[in-house]
Design a binder for this molecule. Sequence first.
Ligand SMILES: [Zn+2]
Length: 177
Amino acid sequence: MIIKEVIQIGNPILSRKSKFVAKIDSEETRRAIKNLIDSMRYHNLIGIAASQIGEKLRVFVTEVRKTKYRNLEKDKLRVYINPKIVWSSKKEVVIYEGCGSVAYAKLFAPVKRPEKIIIEALDESGNKFKLEASGMLSRVIQHEYDHLNGIEFTEKILDMRMIMSSEEYKKKMALKK
Ligand SMILES: [Zn+2]
């Protein structure tokens, strides 16, 4: 298992645009995907994009589940290669986001994005799939998709006065239940 350090904001690698993956069935792509999955799980993240571990590829993975930061309903592990969001709902919702690249996921802030999306991508076997997502899965997909274009969620924070530490966020979520 190879655990990669998550690159932190301020590092220009995170602002780069990632490149389309030309060869899905290659050692490089397979290794990058495995490193992404291992690193996501190790760092308690529910999604991670290749740029965050220094790979300039249009690849990200998601696995919505319970982590030390949040108690979420489970969605299976998914791999997205050369993804494209082909539809977004007009309706937008505000959800708190954190990121492994922003103070090692110790900072949460409200971001407004479309509630639902449809994404098309290739899976790790190179098969094309189309997925309609809502809730937290939709949110993670949009966040990771931004990473492929060099965009960090801190550029989209709705209200700077509502930024919270992960500890305070956890308390807030506990009160909400
Ligand atoms: Zn992120």
